[in-house]
Every structure is written in structure tokens, then in C-alpha cells.
Design a protein around this ligand. Structure first.
Ligand code: HEC
Ligand code: HEC
Length: 218
């Protein structure tokens, strides 16, 4: 119970800071030196087998689109995958030989590719229910509005490193929201665990509705 309350405070704190200062002031010191997309492309030959040659047509619906994701977020995830803070068995060994600069370059490469948009498959009622949560959250359960951090159109916040979540495959999104909720994904540690705080208020049904809705949001 105490942990839950703390989570809510952390999320509320961040939202307040974003509103007052804007992402640029908050993250000015944390700007990336910036990777080189061309060097990143050369490093990414093996990645296409799973994530698609265009970074957006993965081999399986549970494999994420990387194209058009923001550079800061991609770089942070690559570091976490490499040091197994985020353990992805399918990617075992993929990053072992990569330097920090290689990770930055690959992040810059995938960020430079055009994002893929898809479509929701739910009926009007399902889409309206998801949209309500996306835009307004669920006050009675302390679930913050997704739009506040991920942008009303789902494109994320590149400066803050908040990921793009629109156009992403529903199966992948669903798995991530459950992983935050069950605390098997802890990469939001640097952000005070804010996604765990959000996801722990969501039921399986709400997660499925949101994941489908996000595929078509743009
Ligand atoms: C054998 C398949 C496979 C290969 C090869 C592979 N990946 Fe992945 N990758 C995955 C899977 C599966 C996930 C998602 C796992 C999960 O559910 O968390 C993932 C997740 C990611 C993520 C996190 C995306 C997000 O939205 O958080 C990044 C970044 C990534 N991969 C980059 C790469 C790069 C760069 C390479 C090449 C060096 C690569 N991957 C090679 C299967 C693969
Ligand atoms: C207070 C800000 C905030 C709010 C509110 C928020 N998010 Fe997030 N979200 C983040 C951050 C920061 C991350 C990246 C954390 C990390 O590094 O793992 C993230 C990550 C995600 C991811 C993983 C993306 C990927 O590629 O793996 C999904 C999916 C997601 N959020 C969906 C949602 C949904 C749906 C809601 C609303 C119910 C929501 N978020 C509300 C900040 C927020």
C-alpha cells in the first residue's frame, strides 16, 4: 500500500515538473552527444532478421518496431539490454561486441527511419474506452493519463526520452505493460519507476484495449 502511494507521488511529481519546466529545461544536461546514423546502419545488419530491414516489419508481432523511435530512448534500452538490466534472451550475444558509440550510432540509425503506422482492430466502443484512458487516465485507480507523457498522438517525447508508443504492434505493447505491472521490466528505474506506477492500476482487459488502440493512434 505504501509503495503504491509512493508510485503515485512519483508520477504526479514528474507530471508537475513537465508542466512547469517543460522537457527541455528538465533534460538539458542529459542531451545525447548524438550518434551517426550511417555508422549505425553498418552495425545493424543482423538486427533486421528480427526487427525487419526497415526496422518496422518485425518477424513476429511480439518483436517491437524500432523505426522512428526516439534516439535517447533507444540508446537507454540498448544499454539496458546489453548489461541485462532488461534481459531479452532472443537478443543474447547481439550486443556483446558493440561499444558505447556503436549503441549510440544504432540508436541514431533507427531513430532516423520513418515510423510505421498501423490500425486498431477494435470496434467503436473498444476504441472509445481506450481513448478515455489514454487521454484522461483512470482517476479512481490513480492511473495517470498516457497522453501527458507520450504525447496526445502517441509520438512520445524525444527530448525526455519518453518512447513513441503509436503504431507499435499490440502484442508487443501488451507484453510490456504486463512486464511493468509484474515488475519483470525495471528499465524505468531512472524515471523513478513511473511506468510501473501506471501499469499496476491496469487490468488485463484495459491493457488489451490500450494496446490495440495504440496501433492505430497517430
Ligand atoms: C533473434 C531476434 C532479435 C534480434 C536478432 C535482435 N532483436 Fe532486438 N528485440 C527482439 C525482441 C523479441 C525484443 C522484445 C523483447 C521483449 O518483449 O521485451 C527486442 C527488443 C529490442 C529493443 C527494445 C525496443 C523498445 O521499444 O523498447 C531494441 C532497442 C532492440 N531490440 C534493438 C536491436 C538491435 C539494435 C539489434 C541488432 C544489433 C537487435 N535488436 C537484434 C529480438 C531481436
Ligand atoms: C509520467 C509519465 C508517463 C505516463 C503517465 C505514462 N508513461 Fe508510458 N512510459 C514512460 C516512460 C518514461 C517510459 C520508458 C521507461 C523505460 O525506460 O522503461 C514509458 C514506457 C512505456 C511503454 C514501453 C514502450 C516500449 O517501446 O517498450 C509503453 C507501452 C507505455 N509506456 C505505455 C503507456 C500507457 C498505455 C500509459 C497510460 C496508461 C502510459 N504509458 C503512461 C512514461 C509515462
Amino acid at each position: 500500500m505504501r509503495v503504491k502511494k509512493e508510485m503515485k507521488l512519483i508520477v504526479r511529481n514528474w507530471l508537475t515538473r513537465l508542466t512547469i519546466f517543460g522537457a527541455s529545461a528538465l533534460f538539458a544536461g542529459a542531451a545525447l552527444a548524438g550518434g551517426d546514423p550511417a555508422a549505425g546502419e553498418a552495425q545493424s545488419a543482423a538486427c533486421g532478421a528480427c526487427h525487419g530491414a526497415d526496422g518496422a516489419t518485425g518477424l513476429d508481432p511480439t518483436y517491437p518496431n524500432l523505426a522512428g523511435q526516439n534516439e535517447k530512448y533507444l540508446y537507454e534500452q540498448l544499454k539496458a539490454i546489453k548489461d541485462k538490466t532488461r534481459d531479452i534472451p532472443l537478443m543474447a550475444g547481439q550486443l556483446d561486441a558493440k561499444s558505447d558509440q556503436d549503441l549510440m550510432d544504432m540508436a541514431a540509425y533507427y531513430a532516423s527511419l520513418p515510423a510505421k503506422m498501423s490500425q486498431a482492430s477494435g470496434d467503436d466502443e473498444a476504441i472509445a474506452a481506450a481513448q478515455q484512458i489514454y487521454r484522461a487516465g483512470i482517476a479512481r485507480k490513480g492511473v495517470a493519463a498516457c497522453a501527458a507523457c507520450h504525447n496526445p498522438n502517441g509520438a512520445g517525447n524525444a527530448q525526455a526520452g519518453f518512447p513513441r508508443i503509436n503504431g507499435q504492434s499490440a502484442a508487443y505493447t501488451e507484453a510490456q505493460l504486463k512486464a511493468y505491472r509484474e515488475r519483470t521490466r525495471m528499465t524505468d528505474e531512472t524515471y523513478g519507476g513511473m511506468m510501473r506506477g501506471v501499469a499496476e492500476g491496469l487490468t488485463d482487459t484495459e491493457i488489451a484495449l490500450l494496446a490495440d488502440y495504440l496501433q492505430g493512434l497517430h
